[in-house]
Design a protein around this ligand. Structure first.
Ligand code: DC
Length: 238
């Protein structure tokens, strides 16, 4: 297996803007961006669509474990973008509903689900420069990542961002529900037994509660240049 030249691990709480940040870094510094949360969402979507999650949220773990190794979840790369596919179907939209968000944390706490996703993520990261976001990238998936970033932001601000994102997609979110879902996921993600969300000891911490995207770019430029020096600098034209 070809090991990636540089891995940047971006971890943090839900809706701290990890994917927006990671995509921006990927674009500016020519990294491949991989969204590990999308894989957990894909497994959850499959479980929901196949009756493995009861209305009360109970997960049929036996049924899921029987099919998980045959699940054809993969990223397709087109024009520098990565899209999550389930077999031949693009599921980028379907995995971002509140219904999937409500079930994904318990699904992602199941050890055999984590083992499956970790294996897929490592396989997709062969060679090149990769930036991956999630909850345990710097602690479990790539503990030797060259650069680790941990993102935090105020909970109300995060809920507002998620709410706006959903509204912009034509969904009809209720702020209190979005906030509740976020707090619930924070709790489950940081208290599960397998690979709980925690800040890697050697991570750079970014609190972006009051930061613009441009300020995030300036911040990461400093970190990347301090760390790697040789990477081509972004244009900073916007
Ligand atoms: O980043 P996101 O909201 O799309 O992630 C969805 C869920 O997946 C999140 O509640 C926790 C889980 N997750 C995880 O446990 N480990 C990761 N590396 C990424 C996501």
């Amino acid at each position: 297996m070809k090991v990636p030249d540089i891995i940047i691990a971006v971890d943090g709480y839900s809706s701290t803007g990890k994917s927006t940040f990671a995509k921006m870094v990927a674009r500016e510094f020519s990294f491949l961006y991989l969204d590990s949360g999308a894989m957990y969402r894909g497994v959850t979507l499959h479980a929901m669509e196949n009756g493995m999650i009861a209305p009360d949220g109970t997960i049929d773990e036996a049924a899921l474990s029987a099919v998980i190794e045959d699940l054809d979840l993969h990223f397709s790369r087109e024009d520098g973008q990565t899209k999550l596919m389930l077999g031949g179907r693009c599921i980028e939209e379907d995995i971002r509903t509140l219904a999937v968000s409500s079930h994904v944390s318990p699904v992602s706490a199941i050890p055999f689900v984590r083992a499956y996703v970790d294996r897929r993520l490592r396989a997709f990261s062969e060679g090149g420069r990769v930036i991956m976001d999630g909850r345990d990238i710097g602690t479990t998936v790539f503990p030797n990542a060259e650069l680790k970033i941990f993102m935090v932001a105020d909970t109300q601000v995060r809920a507002r961002r998620r709410f706006d994102e959903m509204a912009a997609k034509g969904q009809d979110p209720v702020f209190e529900e979005v906030l509740h879902n976020l707090e619930e996921r924070d709790y489950i993600d940081s208290h599960r037994e397998t690979s709980p969300l925690r800040c890697p000891e050697d991570a750079f911490i970014m609190d972006n509660t009051h930061m613009t995207l441009h300020e995030e770019l300036v911040w990461v430029l400093g970190v990347i240049q301090g760390k790697f020096g040789l990477l081509e600098a972004p244009s900073l034209t916007w």
